[in-house]
Design a protein around this ligand. Structure first.
Ligand code: PMP
Length: 401
């Protein structure tokens, strides 16, 4: 909330698309715990599954059927997933994918994109310096130059800079790591041909294409951005929706790669609470409700919301960009479509802050930063969308004044 200049709202409960704060105010929630809650808050099936699992023990440190069932769901839905390693957070999952990519290629460098977030892995907290293939400089105190120095940061959607980076250091690159639908600088979809360029760049250099679908996985389509956009990664990083609101994430990929992970292979990875029975129960209950009809509904909800926001802004004389895909949306106060992190940073964040405050006082809880995506869910129905658009019409008027 610091980003929009106000104090945090302390929450007491959530139900469906609504959250209630400690003072009893109710809001339509578009944060959805930053993505996991595609079924809304406290979905009865998830609560029942978690409650029943908890009664049988919260963690064993030994295999369970639910782990295998959840992995099987991933294999069925996610293109290229033959084996799955469950972990407890997206950070761990991307860290594991990077370690595995380094192990199988015998190379050190990682290419990532400016404005993309892959969790708080030391080496991935790197900002671009200047120059063509910019070697990362630490983006946080506590990250060493050596850790950040193996990360090459390239602007998203920049064909030339990506090509130049690979020409420069391609033979040393273990992984090209990308959010296929970047949603941590606001939603900034790939322009036509960019994901294909990442795929061919990986093939040309022998690097692995690691797709971080922590946000897009099970949200934009059953098979995530790979299915929606037709791209194929070598390793897929999953989280959020997969754990149904409990701590769970995963790395998935072809058997030949995944078998390099311990204990089958020698690339170390472990976790005390990995695949714990509460998280797998929540994940299974969530995935069970994500069929084709669910995605059709979520897609039309998001379209109605996105188009409605754009027309409400236009009616108020405010220029915004509202990129959206099924289940994901963001609002940039900008006069042209945002293509990259520089574009996202150039958008008017003060106007976003005023809009955020105007929505909050009308009972609509938006992500408190223009760099975070909105997460509509399956339980955001017409009443919530119309309430949101009604509030937005007034909020844009307020921003215009
Ligand atoms: N990757 C992406 C694309 C994310 O959005 C996030 C979290 N927002 C992460 C990784 C890290 O996940 P976690 O917060 O579970 O560590």
């Amino acid at each position: 909330m610091g980003a929009v200049g106000r104090d945090p709202v302390f929450l007491e409960s959530g139900e469906g698309p609504y959250i209630v704060d400690v003072d009893g105010n109710r809001y339509v929630d578009y944060v959805s715990s930053w993505g996991p809650l595609i079924l809304g808050h406290a979905h009865p099936a998830v609560v029942a599954a978690v409650t029943s699992a908890a009664a049988r023990g919260t963690s064993y440190g030994a295999p369970t059927e639910a782990e295998v069932q959840l992995a099987a769901e991933v294999v069925e839905r996610v293109p290229g997933a033959e084996m799955v390693r469950l972990v407890s957070s997206g950070t761990e999952a991307s860290m594991t994918a990077v370690r595995l990519a380094r192990a199988v290629t015998g190379r050190d460098k990682i290419v990532k994109f400016a404005g993309a977030y892959h969790g708080h892995v030391d080496g991935l907290l790197a900002d671009a310096g200047s120059g063509l293939a910019t070697h990362g400089i630490p983006a946080s105190p506590g990250v060493t130059r050596a850790q950040a120095g193996d990360t090459i940061v390239v602007p998203w959607n920049d064909f030339d800079r990506f090509g130049a980076a690979l020409d420069d250091v391609g033979g040393d690159v273990a992984a090209i790591l990308a959010e296929p639908l970047p949603a941590n600088m606001g939603l900034v979809p790939p322009v036509d041909g960019f994901l294909e360029l990442l795929r061919s760049g990986a093939d040309r250099t022998g690097a692995l294409l690691v797709l971080d679908e922590v946000i897009s996985g099970f949200r934009v389509a059953g098979g995530g951005a790979q299915e929606l956009l037709g791209v194929r990664g070598d390793l897929i990083v999953l989280g959020k929706v997969l754990g149904g609101g409990l701590p769970l994430a995963a790395v998935a990929g072809p058997r030949a790669l995944m078998e390099q992970l311990a204990p089958a292979g020698d690339t170390y990875q472990a976790g005390t609470l990995s695949g714990n029975p509460l998280a797998t129960a929540a994940g299974l209950a969530t995935l069970a409700r994500l069929d084709a009809a669910a995605y059709d509904g979520l897609e039309s909800t998001t379209a109605r919301l996105g188009q409605g926001l754009a027309s409400a802004a236009q009616a108020a004389g405010v220029t915004v960009q509202v990129p959206y895909v099924c289940g994901l949306l963001s609002v940039f106060f900008a006069s042209a479509p945002v293509r990259d992190y520089d574009g996202a940073r150039a958008a008017d964040s003060a106007a976003f802050g005023r809009f955020h405050g105007a929505m909050l006082k009308r009972g609509i809880y938006l992500p408190p930063s223009p760099f975070e995506a909105w997460f509509p869910s399956l339980v955001h129905g017409p009443p919530e969308i119309e309430a949101t658009l009604g509030a937005a019409a007034e909020a844009f008027e307020e921003v215009a004044r």
